[in-house]
Ligand binder design. Structure first.
Ligand SMILES: O=c1ccn([C@H]2C[C@H](O)[C@@H](COP(=O)(O)OP(=O)(O)OP(=O)(O)O)O2)c(=O)[nH]1
Ligand SMILES: [Mg+2]
Length: 154
């Protein structure tokens, strides 16, 4: 895969070591953590959602790939900090600032610190088949139109 182009929109990211460029926490980490590009601590009230910038623009360009923004498990499980859009899908042709919709689904206020790693980002392959309109599908699958628990719970 070709390199993904990253543009630093906020000079703070290169001037303040707390805002180091996105890094993988470990060599084996799938995601890179996205830092909150804010100047002051931000109190996210219980139930509230804030759109937080990362100070970065990430241009994937190759339409066979897309970015995804996902919650960090620790923030999500322990503090209820998840994404207002649940999962962010980043188009390969997007050239704007990478934004994170931070939702505090807990009943406690949460203080997001400047440069805090608030979410994580991965790049995934995307199959982009043409869509062929048909009157009947080529075969009848075992599942058919079954969904929403039709296979039971146990
Ligand atoms: O968590 C997110 C989700 C999206 N985006 C940006 C990148 C993405 O490529 C663009 C559009 O996202 P999406 O398609 O989900 O939004 P939409 O409501 O469909 O807007 P649009 O009409 O611009 O596609 O918004 C983010 O920065 N963060
Ligand atoms: Mg869209």
């Amino acid at each position: 895969m070709q390199a993904v182009q990253v543009k630093v929109l906020n000079p703070k990211l290169t001037q303040d070591e707390a805002f180091s460029l996105p890094t993988r926490a470990t060599d084996g980490s799938a995601g890179i953590d996205l830092r909150a590009c804010i100047d002051e601590p931000l109190t996210i009230a219980a139930g509230a959602t804030h759109l937080i910038g990362t100070g970065l623009a990430v241009y994937i360009q190759d339409p066979n790939y897309a970015g995804m923004i996902l919650p960090r498990s620790g923030l999500g499980h322990k503090h209820g900090i998840v994404l207002g859009n649940l999962v962010g899908l980043i188009d390969a042709d997007y050239q704007g600032e990478l934004m994170v919709s931070v939702w505090n689904r807990s009943n406690q206020d949460f203080v997001l610190q400047p440069a805090e790693r608030m979410a994580q980002y991965i790049v995934v392959p995307v199959a982009r088949p043409e869509f062929e309109v048909v009157n009947e599908f080529s075969d009848t699958s075992v599942r058919g139109a079954g969904g929403f628990g039709h296979s039971g719970r146990q």
